[in-house]
Design a protein around this ligand. Sequence first.
Ligand code: MTE
Ligand code: MO
Length: 363
Amino acid sequence: AATASGIVKPLPEELFTVRGTNAETKFASLAGTGHLTPASHFFVRNHTTTPRLDAAAWKLTVWGDGLTGGAREFTLADLARLPSTTRTAYVECAGNGRSLFATQQGQPVAGTAWTLGAIGTARWRGVRLAEVLRRAGLSHRAVDIMPRGLDDDYVTADGTNLGRVRRPLPLAKALDDVLLAYEMNGEPLPPDHGHPVRVLVPSWVGIASVKWVGDIEVSATPLYSPWNTDFYRLFGPGQPAEGSAPLTRQALKSVFELPWNASLRAGERHRLTGRAWSGGGAVARVDVSTDHGTTWRRARLHDVPRPGSWVRWSADWRPRTPGPAVLLARATDTSGRTQPDTTAHNAQGYLFDAVVRHPVTVE
Ligand code: MTE
Ligand code: MO
C-alpha cells in the first residue's frame, strides 16, 4: 500500500515510525529476528519519494574527464554478466540517533528526528564498482567519482532546488569495497531501496550509498555537491566555518531491542538483547549496566564480529525493585574505541555515539 510518505512498501505500525518521507525501523521489532534485516523491516530514507524504474530500460552512464575515453553505458544485463560479489553490510543514516542530542544532552539539532532505527543490515549482491570503472576506461588522473540518483530533484524547505541526490566519493574508497548492488537478501532490490541498482558503501554514512543510481561522474579534479559541502559535515563549536571534512565512517553504537519505557516484571530473569556496530572496525565487546554505570557486565555476542556489519548481543537481568530503571549498553570496537558518555554537539546532529540511556519500568 502506498502511503503519504511516498514509500512503496507497507509500513505497519509495529515495524515503523514514519517521519515525513522516511520510515524508521522500530528496534524492538528486530528482537528474535536473524542477523539480516528483512526488506520488510528495513528503514527508508528518501529525500523525496520512491521512483518506480523499469529494470529493462535502466542504464548506467559513466562519464567525465577522469576517463581515458568518452562516456560508457551499462545495462542491468551488462552488469549481470560481470563477476558478482556478495557482502553483508549495514546501511545507516549519519543522523541515526539524532533526537538523542535533544532528549539525552539537551542540545537542539536540525534534521529528521530519528531515534535509533535508521539502520539495517542486508546481504547485498552486485558488481564491484572498481570493475565497472575499469571497464569504463578509468584514467590514472581520476580522483573523485560522483554517483547520482534518478529520484526527483530535492527541494529544501525554503524552496531551493538542489538537483538530484549526488555525493562525491574519493576514488580510493570507490576502488576498495564499494558495490553496485542489484540484490538485497537474495532478491532484486525493492523499489524503496534503490531498484534496480544502488551504490553500497560499507561502513560509511548512508548518503554515500546512492539509490536508483543513473550516472556516475568520474573526475580528474575534486567534486562538490551540497551533500558534501552543506550537509554531512560537522558544523559547530570546534569546527572550521566551512565545517569538518566530509563525513566518511559511521559511528560506534549499541542499542537494546526493547521499546522505550518497556515494562519488565520484578523478580523474573529477563534476557536483554540488542545489536552493536562500528564504522571504525568490528565490535570487540559490549558491556551492559543496570545501575547507572556503577557496575558493568560483559554481554554475550551472537554473531562473529566483522567490519561493516553488526553483532547481536544479550545479557540477563533479574530486576528486584519495582520502579523506573535505566539500561545502558556500551560497545568497544577493534580500533580500541569505546562509546563515550556524551557526543560532542554538532548543528545537524550527525554521528551520535554516546551510550544510550534506555528507560524501562520494573513492575
Ligand atoms: N539515494 C537517493 N538517490 N536518494 C536518497 O534520498 N538517501 C540516502 C541514501 N541514498 C537517498 C539515497 C540516505 S540519506 C540514506 S541514509 C540511505 O540512502 C538510506 O538507504 P535505505 O532507504 O535503503 O535504507
Ligand atoms: Mo541518511
